[in-house]
Every structure is written in structure tokens, then in C-alpha cells.
Design a protein around this ligand. Structure first.
Ligand code: SF4
Ligand code: SF4
Length: 113
């Protein structure tokens, strides 16, 4: 049987991610995940620039355990991670709408389950 295309996803603007890990913590609290299970994980990448200085980038990356918080979104609420991201760099929405936003700016990723 053909798998249904996902209709909703998360748009993550990692350019503005501060690496605060609130998304990870809020997801773990929402689902009472056991140690080692995470719905989203924030990776830190350190790069050396041509002038010798170091540059840090954070990548929030949803995992296979992310189910997009249907109990919240059905009520018109934001997923826990989106709500608690103080940098406001995560957005939940339809894949169609988020794809349009993705074209407007670099350093964003669209994640669909
Ligand atoms: S959308 Fe929900 S399940 Fe997915 S990472 Fe965010 S809080 Fe966790
Ligand atoms: S809560 Fe937002 S700013 Fe903090 S690590 Fe997650 S995506 Fe980045």
C-alpha cells in the first residue's frame, strides 16, 4: 500500500537557534520520555573560519520519536517544542505553507515525519 504523504511538519530556522535545548526539554517533559529517548535533539557544530576564529552552529533535529504533538495541534495549540523555543525559530504548519517559507531564506530546514 502506498504511504500517505505527510501533511504537516516543522520548519526550523537554525540560523537563529541559540542552542538553549528548551525544545528537547519541553518535548521530554510533555511525553515523559525515558532517559535516552528524545523527540528532538540539538547538535552543535564547531567550524574554523578562514581568519582562524571559531563559529558555532546549532542544529535542532527532530527524531523518529517526534509525532508532532497531535493532542496539542488538534486543539489549535503549538507543539511543545515550538511553544518553548524562545528564539522563535521553529514553526509548525502544513507542508505546503512551510515549503513556501523555506524558499524565502537560507539556513532553514523543513522536517516532516
Ligand atoms: S513536535 Fe512534539 S513530539 Fe515533535 S519534537 Fe516537538 S514536542 Fe516533541
Ligand atoms: S528551543 Fe529553539 S533556540 Fe533553543 S535549541 Fe531548540 S530550536 Fe534552538
Amino acid at each position: 500500500m502506498k504511504k500517505k504523504k505527510p501533511e504537516f511538519g516543522l520548519l526550523i530556522d537554525y540560523e537563529y537557534c541559540t542552542g538553549c535545548h528548551s525544545c528537547e526539554v519541553s518535548c521530554a517533559q510533555e511525553y515523559k520520555h525515558k532517559v535516552g529517548i528524545r523527540g528532538i535533539k540539538v547538535f552543535e557544530v564547531e567550524q574554523k573560519l578562514p581568519d582562524g576564529s571559531m563559529y558555532l552552529t546549532y542544529f535542532p533535529f527532530p527524531t523518529e520519536a517526534c509525532i508532532l504533538c497531535p493532542h496539542l495541534t488538534k486543539e489549535g495549540l503549538e507543539p511543545a517544542c515550538v511553544k518553548h523555543c524562545m528564539a522563535n525559530c521553529m514553526k509548525y504548519g502544513s507542508v505546503k505553507e512551510l515549503s513556501k517559507e523555506l524558499r524565502r531564506k537560507s539556513r532553514m530546514v523543513l522536517w516532516v515525519p
